[in-house]
Design a protein around this ligand. Structure first.
Ligand SMILES: *Cc1c(COP(=O)(O)O)cnc(C)c1O
Length: 473
């Protein structure tokens, strides 16, 4: 493709992008294709001779788009959002255009220094302690792995990196029964062993019981095990429950445990002072992760990881072969030593574009509106007969289930709600997903898209009610 062709194609593509974002409601939020439908339309061998851009772009529109789930659709209330925004997309185009690999300061000084600066901005926006230092990871799963590995190395005096595990390294990690599955995965990868991940009971609000946590730690100590880390959650995936972060911090300090806070989704809401009051003691944690790629208008991937002890992090991950040495090594951050991959994308650019476009006040207003829309839905559910609120809903995720009068068998109710969810999703107007709380099948409704408003939530909820109550059952 010549430079002139690139220019022409790019203009056409940008027009398509703007049309797409402006017309999302005309798409079916969820594709109704069957497994294999897309692959069967793709040739079994790659083309020998290069193809024309028009042919490729046309296949994108005709084959790929019908097989997409439209995550930015106004009827997308599933999972947690992976929202994007116009400024974020524009920055991502520039990132791709420059194609820089940002592993060292030297490989793009502006990328490294911008990352330092936007992480400081984000730390301050979220009210995290000034001594925290931030780095962008690809995902929260990776950030939590980095936290566990740093905790492991700091505790072992960086010995496990050298000699591997010894029989004395009987580490234990604690989280609640509501902790994200990435913690299970990370404990396995960190070599700690899934049998050493202790899942602590929760209270009726699905928050960890701090006294049960302390009991588990003291029991393990009595058994000669080594309590290493606690992963608490600010906004669990099933129901956005908030663990008592402050109390956990005190327990961690008492038993010399690393305290990592998983605020992957709800951490964004810490930009609101009224939300910050819900999590006193956050300033005592050792590390913290929030995903701007979930609820902060920054397209996937962008996971912001903050840590108090920079040395624990860098000593855990640093490698310095001759071919990566630079003259500035002592003066700058070389982010290759701040996580697992060597190569790194320039992710700070999109965060910078987003924060500058909306401003702190603009982002706060959007988050407040999303929470207000969630609270409206919660109030609606509380006054609708035949629908039950299944968790407290402190933010904009509302968990509910249908409960027809007289239907009290647990298995029957689960099945009934599962069928209802499929009916609701069938039309392609809205997309909702499910979870289990206290063993019960529960439907989740999340109001956190960039352009979500009270109106789009009302519209989506009307559709839920229509499809759920249309038939006589
Ligand atoms: C989404 C989520 C994760 C995993 O995030 P990734 O960035 O996809 O790894 C972890 N913890 C919580 C609480 C989440 O909501």
């Amino acid at each position: 493709m010549t430079n002139e062709e690139f220019r022409l194609n790019a203009h056409e593509l940008v027009d398509w992008m703007a049309d797409y974002l402006g017309n999302l409601e005309h798409y079916s939020v969820k594709s109704d294709i069957k497994p294999g439908d897309i692959k069967s339309q793709l040739p079994s061998a790659a083309p020998v001779n290069g193809e024309d851009f028009q042919a490729i772009f046309s296949d994108f529109k005709n084959i790929i788009i019908p097989g997409m789930t439209h995550w930015q659709h106004p009827g997308f209330f599933a999972y947690f959002p992976a929202n994007n925004s116009e400024p974020s997309i524009l920055a991502e185009m520039l990132t791709a255009t420059m194609g820089a690999q940002c592993m060292l300061w030297l490989t793009s000084p502006a990328a490294e220094e911008l990352e330092e600066r936007v992480m400081e901005w984000l730390r301050d926006i979220l009210g995290l302690p000034k001594e925290f230092i931030g780095v962008i990871q690809d995902s929260s799963s990776s950030a939590t792995l980095v936290a566990l590995l740093s905790a492991r190395e700091k505790r072992s005096g960086f010995e496990i990196n050298r000699r591997g595990f010894s029989p004395a390294d009987k580490f234990r990690v604690y989280t609640s029964t509501q902790g994200h599955s990435s913690i299970d995965k990370d404990v396995k990868i960190a070599g700690i062993g899934i049998e050493n991940l202790v899942k602590i009971e929760v209270d009726p609000n699905f928050a960890i019981l701090a006294d049960k946590l302390e009991e588990a730690i003291t029991r393990d100590l009595a058994d000669g095990l080594v309590p290493l880390a606690v992963v608490s959650t600010f906004g669990t995936t099933s129901s956005t429950a908030i663990d008592p972060i402050g109390e956990i911090g005190i327990i961690c300090a008492k038993y010399n445990c690393w305290h990592h806070v998983d605020a992957s989704y709800a951490g964004t809401a810490l930009m609101l002072s009224e939300i910050r009051e819900m999590a006193p003691g956050m300033d005592r944690c050792d590390s913290f992760v929030v995903n701007p790629h979930k609820w902060m208008f920054t397209n996937f991937d962008c996971s912001a990881y903050f840590i108090r002890d920079k040395q624990a992090l860098v000593n855990t991950f640093s490698i310095l072969p001759e071919y990566l040495k630079t003259q500035e090594d002592k003066l700058v951050n070389n982010y290759r030593d701040w996580g697992v991959p060597l190569g790194r994308r320039f992710r700070a650019l999109k965060l910078w574009f987003v924060i500058r476009t909306y401003g702190i006040a603009g982002m706060q207003q959007m988050i407040r509106h999303h929470i207000a829309a969630g609270q409206w839905l919660k109030a609606e559910i509380l006054k609708t007969p035949g629908i039950e609120l299944m968790a407290p809903a402190p933010f904009n995720l509302v968990c509910f289930r249908f409960h027809p009068e007289g239907m009290d068998d647990a298995t029957l109710l689960d099945k009934y709600n599962e069928n209802k969810l499929h009916e609701i999703n069938r039309s392609g107007t809205v997309f909702l997903t499910q979870t289990r709380l206290n063993g019960k099948y529960v439907i989740r409704f999340v109001a956190g898209q960039t352009h979500t408003t009270l109106e789009t939530v009302k519209c989506g909820w009307n559709h839920v009610l229509e499809s759920a109550f249309s038939d006589a059952d």
